[in-house]
Design a protein around this ligand. Sequence first.
Ligand SMILES: Nc1ncnc2c1ncn2[C@@H]1O[C@H](COP(=O)(O)OP(=O)(O)OP(=O)(O)O)[C@@H](O)[C@H]1O
Ligand SMILES: [Mg+2]
Length: 409
Amino acid sequence: MKTVVICGPQTSSGVERVAELVRENGGNPIIVPMLSGFSAVPSAEVHIIFRKQALDLSGYTPGQAQVGIIYANNQVCDTLGASDLEKIAEANLLYLAPAENVSGWIRRTLDGDHADDEFAWNFVESEDSNVSLVPVVKPKTRLKIACYSPLGGIGKTTASVMIGKLAQESGHSVCIVESDNDNAGVLQALGAPPVTEGLGSILDEEWEQYDLFRERVQGYLQKVDDIAVLPIGADTLGMKCDEDNIANLYSWVNSQAYDTVIYDLPPQLSELSVYKTLQEVDTIILIGEPTIKAEEKLMRFITRTQNLQGLKDVAGKLKLIINKYVPTAGVKDVEIAETTGIPLIATVPADPEGYYRMINDRKLNIPAAWRDVWEILSPLDWGAKGSKAFNQAKRVKKNGFWKSLLGIK
Ligand SMILES: Nc1ncnc2c1ncn2[C@@H]1O[C@H](COP(=O)(O)OP(=O)(O)OP(=O)(O)O)[C@@H](O)[C@H]1O
Ligand SMILES: [Mg+2]
């Protein structure tokens, strides 16, 4: 049982609630009124500093404990000095939380579930030029997503690009593996010129030698607006490679430590790369449209995965998106969800003009439905998601301000 020392007024109902959360999660809470009280419990694995107690951290040393600072508003963050934070950050996890996010942090801390979480800070310049902090918790588990459909022209590439873009905007490093036979797909949608060479050009013997393979892959990797795109780029369908070689591809992708990796797949389940990628990823975005034909093809895909030993686990990873939806015509989105038994996470309206403009004017405009998709997929635990501070943090992060200020990556 982990001992959690909470520094805060014993009479505070907030502190009592935090203690209760610790107990609920199997921890042993001890409340101390002052920071100096931490030293009385040297075995504590977690320190929680409650609100005003964090106003002056100059005499505090975290030791081996993981540290959480809980604040209800920005007042505490405004007064925390960068040096105080660096001191804690060097040795420990630090979590600065508005009160409403505390339970998740306690749960994960006591589960030992975020030992590998990466923490970063965004200093946010507010209008009155005070600097406050917004926590960014990077996901421990990197997101591995496949956008798949047994149908062509249905929005797999669109989904890959929308999700990739939204992931990048929320601070993720992103790689889209364009496993589609459509050369220009992802690059074009991102406003970049197509390429003709990519993974498909890698020779058999190069696939087999990992060092050589790594070199070749680096050469094909495209970077558009901070999004890495790895194209197939061959005129033949799919990659010319066997099971071992595909494993090499995943090794390489995983070694790059992207926060989000998206595989834009071709429709053919018979392709080895499709089969293997469905196994490799954690989430499969299955895309359908509101037609009987689409519904039938989705059903056939589901049945096939159930009958294939290697794809038995796929069912639990599937999330359904109905794209090009017209509420007044065709099959209802909820009906397809019911028939297929796959959770429907979004319905994207048909908007031929909008998508035409997107492709032809090279202007990526992200419809609201895709933002909902990212909300569902994103594991980010921002302090104040959706808030003004959150949005400012993204801007500040982009400009590299917080990095230069804190000198922390
Ligand atoms: N909701 C929508 N409304 C209207 N048009 C859309 C919508 N979503 C995508 N499109 C358009 O449909 C076309 C096909 O989309 P996309 O290329 O993403 O499909 P795909 O499944 O990747 O196709 P392929 O099988 O050829 O790889 C594109 O021109 C795209 O702009
Ligand atoms: Mg495509």
